[in-house]
Write a protein that binds this ligand. Structure first.
Ligand code: G1P
Length: 297
């Protein structure tokens, strides 16, 4: 029987050191692109893909994430009283159904694979999605929805994939391609953060996965890999060795690396320019800045 994907795991335990001092007291995932926190983009993408259960793997100091998805009766009553219906709707859209969102702590920073493993009792024995909120993907059809549709056909593990420049490959999980079928590629191996010159291709894993529960059994072995961490990439690669399918999926959309400052700024500008209420003013400003820069050269 074909299985549907209804659960998604959001690893949000990282300390976000690249954004210090902001992340000293604010979880990285609460940082906003225009006016919505990173985590909301991830949750909304999952909802659009038909996800019903949301599992956040957190750590100490991430309480703001729980508050964000809680109902806010005082704020809602105030907005209602003042007739601010539009804002009220915006706030209500962040409310999660009772019981739909669960938080589980990763007690030690042992890596992405370990973070996903921490959610294993909540995932149970069914296929599940993983979304890394750092990777924000702007797309007409949300990326995870594209992948869920692909999974309905293949029923094998699927990772989002994108070509990256050769000198950037060592920042990613890289696919060793068996067959390139266009938007789908079948994979014969995966390497997490390959050393310079050792990447098997320039096709990198981007933070969206649909995985079969066997991957959790591979994670049970708790072998540490690149950077001394338990890597999700290694547990997926183990699937291939055991004869199960792994596919890379070239999604349609633009990916922003919001784990880096430059990527975060690019996403901010791009999302702001796509907003009718901000587009004209921001675009005028950007043109002025560029003209000034050019004049100074
Ligand atoms: C993680 C994964 C890596 C993937 C990347 C995508 O790495 O381990 O395989 O390519 O996300 O953003 P991180 O960026 O957390 O080091």
């Amino acid at each position: 029987m074909r299985k549907k994907v209804t659960k998604a795991v959001f690893p949000v335990a990282g300390m976000g050191t690249r954004f210090l001092p902001a992340t000293k007291s604010v979880p990285k995932e609460i940082m906003t692109l225009v006016d919505r926190p990173l985590i909301q983009y991830a949750i909304d993408e999952a909802r659009a893909a038909g996800i019903k259960e949301f599992i956040l793997v957190t750590s100490r100091g991430k309480g703001a994430l729980e508050d964000f998805f809680d109902h806010a009766p005082t704020l809602e009553a105030e907005l209602r009283k003042k007739g601010k219906d539009e804002l009220l709707n915006i706030v209500k859209n962040t409310n999660m159904e009772s019981g739909a969102i669960a938080y589980i702590r990763q007690h030690k920073a042992l890596g992405l694979g370990h973070a996903v493993w921490c959610a294993k009792r909540l995932i149970g024995n069914e296929p599940f999605a993983v979304i890394l909120p750092d990777d924000v993907i702007a797309a007409e059809k949300p990326c995870l929805q594209q992948m869920v549709e692909a999974f309905e056909e293949t029923q094998g593990n699927i990772v989002a994939a994108m070509e990256v420049p050769e000198d950037k490959a060592s920042a990613y999980g890289i696919l060793d391609v068996k067959d390139d079928m266009g938007s789908m590629v079948s994979v014969k191996g995966m390497v997490e953060k390959p050393a310079k010159g050792e990447a098997p291709s320039n096709l990198a894993v981007i933070g969206r996965y649909i995985l079969t529960p066997k991957v959790l059994q591979n994670l049970n072995k708790m072998k540490s890999g690149a950077g001394g961490e338990i890597q999700l990439t290694d547990a997926i690669a183990a699937e291939i060795n055991e004869g199960r399918d792994v596919f890379g999926f070239r999604f349609n959309g633009t990916r922003f690396d919001c784990g880096s400052k430059a990527g975060f700024l690019q996403a901010t500008v791009s999302f702001a320019l796509s907003r009718p209420d901000l587009k004209d003013e921001l675009s005028r400003y950007l043109h002025e800045v560029v003209a000034l820069e050019n004049a100074a050269e």
